[in-house]
Design a protein around this ligand. Structure first.
Ligand SMILES: [Zn+2]
Ligand SMILES: [Zn+2]
Length: 238
């Protein structure tokens, strides 16, 4: 995912912030990112690479207790902490209350070579994105909102899983990035296993339902295809 693009769109389209202010937030995030090694953080080069909310909150605490940073922040009229706070709201999925709200971020994303990756790595990497998508779908299974799971310890919300409707491993066949919000669906564990392990006959109805619901959003993300093309593409994997 192009995190900065998504963050700017979140600020302007969902939070109603001016474009120039959103750019200032990004400058703040970039400045803070350059300071990470001074804070003793060596395992990431940039805040955008951090995939866990807990880690972001830890960094926020480190910064709050760092003299140099608090002075820099004071001189910058609190712009750095404002940018970081806004970014944390984005990561938490604040105000992403429905799929319709999240769809305001949908936009075509060009493919970069490193995007062509294994689906499992992708799913593991994007915990923040998964969190945002779960918020948007209200922690309900998209195949049937009545599907019950259990309350997850980590979120205190119903346990759900995220699934790429068009597997990232098929990126070679599509000319815009598949690693976008529109291509992520929220499923209960049973429906998720169904899509991965059921016979074609068994899963066809669910795939039709999910594709038809997402077709417009995929289209907005530059992934333009008809249902028949979607199935042709999946055949490569089935
Ligand atoms: Zn999956
Ligand atoms: Zn389900």
């Amino acid at each position: 995912m192009i995190v900065e693009n998504n963050f700017i769109k979140y600020c302007t389209h969902i939070r109603g912030v001016k474009n120039s202010t959103a750019k200032h937030y990004c400058d703040s995030i970039n400045t803070i990112s350059r300071e990470l090694s001074n804070l003793g953080i060596y395992d990431v080069d940039h805040l955008y690479e951090i995939d866990s909310l807990e880690r972001l909150l830890e960094i926020k605490d480190l910064l709050a207790n760092n003299k140099e940073f608090t002075e820099l922040n004071k001189k910058g009229h609190q712009m750095y902490s404002a940018g970081l706070n806004r970014y944390l709201e984005f990561a938490k999925g604040e105000d992403i209350t429905s799929e319709k709200v999240l769809s305001l971020i949908d936009t075509p994303v060009d493919i970069k070579p490193q995007m062509i990756i294994n689906e499992r790595i992708g799913a593991k990497r994007d915990r923040i994105i998964v969190n945002q998508v779960m918020h948007a779908e209200g922690y309900l299974c998209e195949i049937d909102i009545h599907h019950k799971t259990f309350v997850a310890k980590s979120t205190n919300r119903p346990y759900m899983e995220a699934h790429h409707l068009i597997p990232l491993s098929l990126q070679y066949n599509v000319n815009k990035s598949l690693d976008v919000y529109a291509n992520l669906v929220v499923l209960c564990p049973t429906c998720h296993r169904l899509l991965h392990f059921a016979t074609n006959d068994e899963k066809k109805g669910s795939l039709i339902q999910l594709f038809d619901e997402r077709q417009d959003r995929l289209n907005d993300s530059g992934i333009k295809m008809q249902r028949s093309e979607f199935f042709e593409l999946l055949e490569l994997r089935m």
